[in-house]
Design a protein around this ligand. Sequence first.
Ligand code: UDX
Length: 436
Amino acid sequence: MKNITIVGTGHVGLVTGVTLAEIGHQVICYDINEHNIAQMKKGISPFYEPDLNDLLKKNLTNNQLFFTNDSKLALADADVIYITVGTPTAQNGSVDLSNIKEAAKTIAENIKKQETIVVTKSTVPVGTNTFIKQLIEENLTNEVMINIVSNPEFLREGSAIYDTFYADRIVIGSDSKEAASIIEEIHRPFGRTIFMTDLLSAEMIKYSSNAFLATKISFINEIANLCENIGANIEDVSLGMGLDSRIGTPFLKAGIGFGGSCFPKDTRGLIEKATEAGQSLDILEAVLKVNKQQKYLLLNKALQRFGNLKDKKIALLGLAFKPNTSDVRGSIAIEIASELTMQGAIVTAYDPLVLEEAKQVLGEKIHYAPSIEEAITNSDMVFIATEWDEFKDFPLEKYEILMNHPIIFDGRNCFSLEMVSKYHIEYYSVGRAILK
Ligand code: UDX
């Protein structure tokens, strides 16, 4: 049995720690954030993720999982260390590797086992693993042999636990066969397909996968705009396309574009890598361009309808970058809120989960409502930016009752046209006919 330590207990780190403990490993999770570690010791996750709190509590009780701020305690006996710290975008648009550098130094200063495997799960630019190995070796205080493995994560926020237990594949990349097979053994109890490759190829698989999924979304969004122009229905078009197993239905949902902390960043990261290598990635440039335009889709529709939005009362439903997450990073809803206020609109937003997080970003620019009802009452129009179930289940007749003239701009196609057509609602969605 190997001693496993997780460095960084954000979304990826905590999910990795909890799931490795659940399949029988002894796991120590280390983080510099004292408040979060104290919470997790009590079985409370610092962020929302379905099923996470239950698994966290269970494995704490079983003594499979430990949390600490003490780097010595966390790393001295570790055989395998997962780096799962955040890699945000720096001001100049590049990937900020300061957390990675800090983690590498902490590891180097504290490890003692003769052979240690460092597994990078954080999304790092292609080629960074070699740099991490060098950095650790330069800062070692004991005589330790380091092997490095890339084990990219493919989990989605909001279904991270499910995605880990039902992963389509686990990618393990290393230039050391021995290290790779130890990591394979650790992951075997998940019972999923394990794909072994070299270090650079593993790093490329991560970026190319995210860039490809982003491409699917921008593709379908462009097709949706064409459908709308010529009178076709994008919901049927994506379904009809997706039934071809070579295409597949996932990630063909048209909307107001992709957000979050991964797709925009990773697509840009791959383009930058290509530029460094003296090559351009024209398709991905177009993917980002289409995504940027798509963000303004609802706003443009509203401008077309009203001429201008000055002093219009707008209810914005959804602030999280997607449903079932408490994350507002890269949220298109947040960008829409800012843009609407710049147009002079009076915005009142409601989100089932992230009102506090959104307040930290948007502050007093907008108003915040405690329920859908309060947000939409007497509003001139409603914008739907996130497809929470609560919005989909909200009775449509309430829009008729609570708004003077119900107008909905739905950026996530939450309702079928057939359903909306039963009510007196002016309805604008993505890639489908307008209902008046
Ligand atoms: C993504 C990848 O899916 C995951 O494999 C990777 O490791 C991390 O990045 P995540 O960002 O959590 O996960 O969310 P995801 O569900 O992939 O959605 C990303 C964005 O694309 C969201 O803004 C979502 O609304 C949008 N999207 C997704 C669409 O617009 N249409 C779709 O069909 C799917």
